[in-house]
Design a binder for this molecule. Sequence first.
Ligand code: SF4
Length: 297
Amino acid sequence: MKIETKNIGSYDSKFVVCYSGGHSSAICAINAVLRHGKENVILLNHDISSKVEDVDIKRFKEKVADYLGVDITYANHKDFESMTPIEVCKSIGGFKFGSSPILCTYNLKTKPFYEWIKANDPEHLHTYLYGFDNTPDERVRMNRRIAAMGEIGCKTDYPLITWGKLKVTDTMKQLGIEKPQRYSHYKHANCDGCLKAGWQHWYVTFCNRPDLWEAGKAAEEELKHSIHKDYYLEEKEELFINMRDQGIPDSEHIPSGKFWATVRRLPENSLGLMSTWMDIDDMENEDVLVCGNGCTG
Ligand code: SF4
């Protein structure tokens, strides 16, 4: 399919796609260009250290932007390459304080985003487009975003939820652009070792990114706080070794309930000395609380 790039005139107010590097935000961007013309669309991204943002995500976001003929506009933390989410939290002295948002999201994404709006859209003329999927969880997230952006006077739109049938829904089938490989294990294009994610994500991280698992343990030790609510990573390492050795798949694509039910089918004495069925319940409950999607905005 060839994207129509006819000049439909340049407006003062633009359509700013919160362009995370994930497949849904790419679908949002492509359909925004089809509807509004590339001259009226801004692809706004927060670049994240290649230590945690897969190089294949970077390949994907650049490939889609090239296809559309729209340069990516970056709103980054000034030291984003060295400041991984863990380094950000270490520099501040905690993962979060009380009911504050998690500190990596705020410093790597939210703060640069609001600074960009202040510098580039001071009168709030633009509309901010989010690639949230049309699912119950994402519709809840949409309502939260409408309220948060409304508070600062910005309009938002959600093409995958509110525009009805979209012309492009699959980058590979329709444009020949392969989805990031990351989707083979993970559901989202978030950071590897996401500090907001639950235990299922961290099991996938344990199996695939032992360097980030070790970095997480070291940060918990240094900060004397745990990333998760109930347990330190160190406390669950033996469990994860045993799960891996007994063939529990390292995938976020298995729904949380089914994933943990598979773990419960293992003999309790094979979980390791430090873990019981009750721990598994705690870990599953924390998965349910996850805001698992990208945190642009
Ligand atoms: S994706 Fe996760 S680790 Fe990365 S900035 Fe957001 S909350 Fe932090």
